[in-house]
Design a protein around this ligand. Structure first.
Ligand SMILES: [Zn+2]
Length: 155
């Protein structure tokens, strides 16, 4: 995310933006976003350490563990959890320095469509955070769908 923020010169991304890898290779193009946007790029993936700090215990499900579990299923590992693109999570900057954690505003049926520009492995975690209000604040799950459409890059 830090490389994308640098290249795009902003902290949230919009349709038409191209995200880059840590080696500045274009990797994803945002084709459409009907969610209202503002997807957070600043906040680390939730982790056992975060939940310990928040008093929720180290065995709380978390996105860092979900990432490692998904990678292990692919025979891969990632010793350092990369900065995530927190789709549908809003943590706007207030007064140029403070971060507000707010409830999501994505309308039912809202979506983000991206196009992979190179072969990539994408890992999604349905964030189990029930400490901050960024997942709705009431701890109730909601349906999320992920669809992968295989197309040629010339389509
Ligand atoms: Zn999470």
């Amino acid at each position: 995310m830090e490389h994308c923020r640098e290249v795009l010169q902003k902290i949230t991304f919009d349709a038409g933006d191209v995200l880059v890898t840590n080696l500045y290779r274009p990797i994803l193009e945002i084709l459409d976003d009907t969610s209202g946007g503002g997807h957070d790029t600043l906040i680390a993936a939730c982790s056992a350490a975060m939940y310990v700090r928040a008093g929720a215990g180290g065995d709380h499900p978390n996105c860092a563990a979900n990432l490692n579990k998904a990678l292990a299923g692919q025979g891969r590992s990632c010793p350092v959890t990369p900065a995530p693109w927190n789709l549908f999570m809003l943590a706007p900057v207030r007064d140029g320095q403070a971060i507000d954690y707010v409830r999501p505003t994505c309308p039912p049926g809202g979506f983000v469509e991206v196009r992979a520009l190179i072969d990539c492995l994408m890992v999604f975690s349905a964030c189990p955070d029930d400490v901050y209000p960024t997942n709705g604040g009431d701890g109730s799950p909601c349906d999320v769908a992920l669809e992968v459409i295989r197309r040629s890059l010339t389509d």
